[in-house]
Design a protein around this ligand. Structure first.
Ligand code: CU
Length: 464
């Protein structure tokens, strides 16, 4: 059962533990980093029950893995144990840890071999809604992911309950194929049918199911609300190959954070999330009752995922049909240019110290395809600007490790993010960041197929 915010704070203070909330009726894992001791995260083969059909997969005990929750300034301590038949690591998506803790095999650490372990330990000064996931090959395409919430020391938002929703595309255990070669054929690099010119598509592989918190549409997670409640939802796209449209029938969404970073609140009907992106939204439970569809529609392809929003005491007979599409999915969509950072980057006056113009194709960034690619050098302390121009037919959600960047929009105060979707067919996005976290950092497309095909560069700099 989900805890109310009040209960959560009470338990945290009393037990010194991070409480794990779950909105899917699963047993919450009462674990999390505290001031002493480490959370154990075991990567292992497991079975995931898909509405009564168990499938084999790899995960951290549940799918999603246990929700890690701590407060700004806490130290995250996770002991990873590898019970998989191959190497693994954990990456903390959206956090900016010291480079050695970033979880990228052969770049920031030795891969963790089968039977071995690794201790992750670093401070988490910046609050937000983040994710953790395996960063070896296509392991993320299985169930090796979970949510990571860093609460601010003082919460400015008022709400009654909160839920985390992780959106995923799923094929693992459902056929004989797995990994990067699975379902290929209609991607940029493939030879299948091209998308229609106006299609928004983030990928071209075949995924038979869309899951919300590890659950298929026939067995949706249930968000409980009392009339008059204000809910906080942390919506996260952890899919490998699918961008999503997200909306709730009969309710609007007030966006308060993008990729965990605060923005001036803006109320819309629907969200678009590229892979790796997150939005925090407030939802007023202003209907008198009933059960309402929380719709998850993939961009540019068939398929359907959902949760339901259930007013406490509502009759089960009022539940929406599995495939019912909220009209809000086609309503007002949040755009980057509508978002104003509440805490912009502290950029100096003048112009950037270093500018990169990078063309994105389905296999290259800036004309090079990893691993046959040079690092993008910067120097510590520099103000760096990336302008990306996407010449391919797919949208690319571009993710920078170890930094938060600010998206350039007409307002001059665009959102601070770590993953940004660059539109297809000539779409351009520019962002700025400050090189204040020395190391070897990945800059890559969060379509894991595109990353495997070479859409990855290193941003590299040392101290001084
Ligand atoms: Cu891509």
């Amino acid at each position: 059962m989900p805890a109310t915010r009040r209960q959560f704070l009470g338990l945290t203070a009393a037990a010194g533990l991070a409480l794990v909330t779950s909105c899917s009726g699963r047993e919450p894992s009462a674990a999390g980093p505290s001031s002493a001791g480490a959370l154990r995260l075991t990567a292992a083969p497991m079975r995931l029950d898909l509405a009564g059909h168990p499938v084999p997969t790899w995960g951290y005990g549940t799918v999603p893995g246990p929700e890690l929750r701590l407060r700004a300034g806490d130290v995250l301590r996770v002991q990873l144990e590898n019970e998989l038949p191959e190497d693994t690591t954990v990456h903390w998506h959206g956090l900016a840890p010291p480079n050695a803790m970033d979880g990228v095999p052969r770049i920031t650490q030795d891969p963790v071999a089968p039977g071995a372990g690794f201790s992750y330990e670093f401070e988490t000064p910046i609050p937000g809604s983040f994710m953790y996931h395996a960063h070896v090959g296509m392991q993320l395409d299985r169930g090796l992911y979970g949510p990571l919430i860093v609460e601010p020391r003082t919460e400015e938002l008022a709400y009654d309950r909160e839920y985390t929703l992780m959106l995923d595309d799923w094929r693992d255990g459902m056929d004989d194929h797995a990994g990067h070669d699975a379902g290929s054929g209609s991607d940029d690099a493939g030879s299948g049918d091209p998308d229609p010119a106006d299609a928004v598509s983030f990928g071209g592989r075949s995924y038979p199911l869309l899951l919300v918190n590890g659950r298929p549409p026939d067995d949706p997670p249930v968000l409980e609300a009392r009339p008059g409640d204000r809910l906080r939802l942390r919506v996260m796209n952890i899919a490998a190959d699918t961008g999503f449209r997200f909306a709730i029938a009969g309710h609007r969404l007030t966006v308060t954070h993008s990729d965990g970073m605060p923005v001036e609140p803006v109320t819309v009907d629907a969200l678009r999330l590229g892979m790796g992106e997150r939005y925090d939204v407030l939802v007023d439970a202003a209907q008198p009752g009933g059960v309402w569809q929380v719709g998850v529609r993939p961009e540019g392809r068939d398929g359907w995922g959902r949760a339901v929003l259930r007013y406490t005491g509502s009759d089960a007979s009022s539940a929406p049909a599995v495939a019912e599409r909220p009209a809000e999915l086609d309503g007002q969509l949040v755009r980057y240019e509508d978002l104003l950072a509440r805490e912009p980057l502290d950029l100096p006056s003048g112009s950037p110290d270093r500018v990169y113009d990078l063309t994105l194709t389905g296999t290259q960034i800036g004309g090079q395809s990893y691993p046959d690619a040079d690092p993008l050098p910067v120097a510590e302390g520099e103000w760096v600007r990336f302008t990306m121009r996407n010449t391919s037919a797919k949208w690319h959600p571009m993710h920078l490790h170890g930094h938060h960047f600010q998206v350039l929009t007409p307002s001059g105060r665009g959102p601070v993010k770590d993953t940004v979707a660059v539109p297809a067919r000539g779409g351009e996005v520019t962002f700025d960041f400050l090189a204040t976290n020395p190391g070897r950092w990945l800059f890559h497309c969060h379509n894991h197929h595109h990353m495997e095909d070479g859409m990855l560069r290193l941003v590299e700099y040392g101290r001084g």
